[in-house]
Structure formats: C-alpha cells, structure tokens
Design a binder for this molecule. Structure first.
Ligand code: ATP
Ligand code: ZN
Length: 301
C-alpha cells in the first residue's frame, strides 16, 4: 500500500467521494461516501442493539455556560468554535455592509451569543444525568456534527465531522468494565471489516505547557485509548475510535450520583464516522462495488 496524502485526496475527489468547498477540512461528502458512512453507523447500532442504549439527539450547538463549566476553554482553547452575531442598530448594520463591500474587517461589530459549536458529541449529555441515577446507571448514544478548529490538508483531519458516541454513567467498576468490553468489541467490529486495527493508550491535545502535564497524566492513568488504522501513513496510523474514562470529572460538576448516593463515574466512546469511512476507502479502494462481499454485506452497500 502506498501512502501519499495528495494522491489519496485527488482520488477521493476524482471518484466523487468528497467535494472541495475551498475550506480546509470542510469538504462536502458525495452520495457514495454517505452510503458507506451510514452503513457503518447502522452496523454499530446493530452491534449495540442488546445494550439498550437510550438514543438522544442534540443540535450541533451547546450552551456557552456548559463549555465554561466543563473547563473546555482551559484545556482546548485552540480548538473552540464560538458563535457570534449582530446585536447593533441601523447605522452599525450599514457599517457592516460598507466594510464587507470594501473588503475590510467587520467582526468587531459582532458580539458573542449564548452558544458555541459542539466540540464533542457527548458534551450535551452530562447535564441530563444530574441527580440520582437508577440502579446500574445509564447508557446513552448520540450522533452529532462536531467542530474543531484544526484546518488541515489531510483528508482525515476535518474542522467539522460526525461522531457516533456511547456514554456510560455508573460506578467506577461498571464504567471501566464497559469501556474494556467495548474496546475489544470495537476492535472485532473494525477487523471484521478488513481494517488493520490496533489499540493504544492515548492523550488529548491539551493546550500549552500545563497541557503537556495533563496529557502525561492521562497516559499514566490510562484514561484514554484509541483504535488506530493506517489511512494516510503506515508509521502514524489514524485514530478512528476513542475511549475516554473521565472518572468523576463530569459527575462532580453536574452532581451525578449512583443509586447508593456515591459520586458516579463517566466514560464515552466515539467513532469518528468520516475517519472510519476514509479508512475503509483506503483499505478496500475508491470503488465500493469492488469491495469484498463480506464487507459490502455488513455495510448494506
Ligand atoms: N479533526 C478531526 N477530523 C476528523 N475526525 C476526528 C478529528 N478529531 C477527532 N476525530 C475523530 O473523533 C474521535 C473522537 O475524538 P476525541 O477522542 O478527540 O473525542 P472524544 O472521545 O469525544 O473526547 P472527549 O469527549 O473527551 O472530548 C476520534 O477517534 C477520531 O476518530
Ligand atoms: Zn466523548
């Protein structure tokens, strides 16, 4: 297999799988790309069918207060996306028109709104767990568009993409057991699609010098695992699925308690749906009609 970012990108464009928009990491997705992505998402749903996860849906915006409360701006300010709008009067509106027509900067005429773009599909879920959990805790699944400010020419690094997540809230033991089970289940699922998947301990891209220590701590405590598949490089495989154990980070902030009144623990796992789709395309080729029959069947292609 040859790994070259430009050739891969060109191939994706030539086969109509992705549609350039002029935004780095913001290309459109063609019908075939979407069919693969949805096929995979449904395969995940079938795999998890007996778990009885509650399926919830949120818009791709979150309350600014939620972002502040979970400390996102301390950890990942470089990735944040903030929504601003216009609150001014007639003359200020005319000023915007004049400046945009003159090619001048105009954003100082905007103000922040009450919302930010959702950085991870699981964030809106934690506040709804507040209070006393039922015996055995809860399991929720969500699919959402997320935003991260990391413009790049790599087709696997997007500014906006979809995450299919499962979020478990329960006692420490139950949450860790659930995470371990799903790590193996996800590996089996991805290998069953012919992907060269392996797992490893990982860390989040925390900002700055203090962030380096947080990342080291995360690795030491094995709080984050990733499943990796070679997509744009053999030496540096791409994370297509992540498992995060937050311990009592969210439970403490939102007052989430187990049925026995102890502080709960949370964990989430997220499939990066575009990355899984790209890993399948890289592995099996640009034309899904030529993919192995067993893979086509599982994805209902
Ligand atoms: N820039 C990106 N472009 C495309 N896919 C991405 C990008 N960043 C992350 N992903 C995908 O999303 C998955 C989850 O990302 P990440 O681990 O950062 O979020 P998370 O597990 O929800 O973390 P947390 O909830 O703790 O913020 C990754 O495994 C990857 O597949
Ligand atoms: Zn998550």
């Amino acid at each position: 297999m040859v790994y070259d970012i430009d050739t891969f990108y060109q191939g994706l464009v030539e086969h109509g799988l992705i549609l350039p928009t002029g935004i780095r990491g913001g290309y459109g997705r063609g019908a075939v790309f979407e069919k693969i992505l949805r096929g995979f998402n449904e395969l995940v749903s079938r795999t998890a069918a007996d778990d009885g996860a509650e399926e919830l849906m949120f818009p791709p915006i979150v309350a600014r207060q939620l972002i502040e409360k979970v400390g996102y701006m301390n950890s990942f300010p470089q990735l944040a996306g903030s929504v601003h709008s216009f609150f001014g009067n007639e003359s200020q509106a005319r000023e915007i028109t004049a400046r945009t027509q003159a090619g001048e900067r105009w954003e100082d005429l905007l103000d922040i709104t009450e919302v930010m773009l959702t950085p991870a599909a699981c964030y809106p879920v934690y506040p709804i767990f507040s209070g006393l959990l039922p015996q055995g805790g809860r399991l929720v699944t969500v699919l959402n568009w997320v935003y991260r400010h990391e413009p790049s020419d790599e087709p696997t690094r997007l500014q906006s993409f979809r995450m299919r997540e499962f979020i478990r809230v329960a006692s420490n033991e139950d949450v860790v057991q659930w995470r371990n089970d799903w790590l193996q289940r996800s590996l089996d699922l991805l290998r069953g699609l012919g992907l060269d998947a392996s797992s490893d301990v990982a860390s989040d891209p925390f900002f700055g010098r203090a962030g380096k220590m947080m990342a080291a701590n995360q690795v030491d405590q094995k709080l984050k695992f990733e499943i990796l598949v070679p997509v744009i490089s053999q030496e540096k495989p791409t994370a297509i699925c992540s498992f995060n154990w937050h311990q009592d980070h969210f439970s403490g902030k939102f007052g989430i308690r187990n049925a026995d009144d102890t502080l709960a623990s949370t964990a989430c796992l997220g499939f990066g749906l575009e990355r899984v789709t790209l890993a399948l395309i890289k592995t099996h080729g640009f034309d899904p009609s030529q993919w192995p029959e067993a893979v086509r069947q599982q994805l209902a292609l």
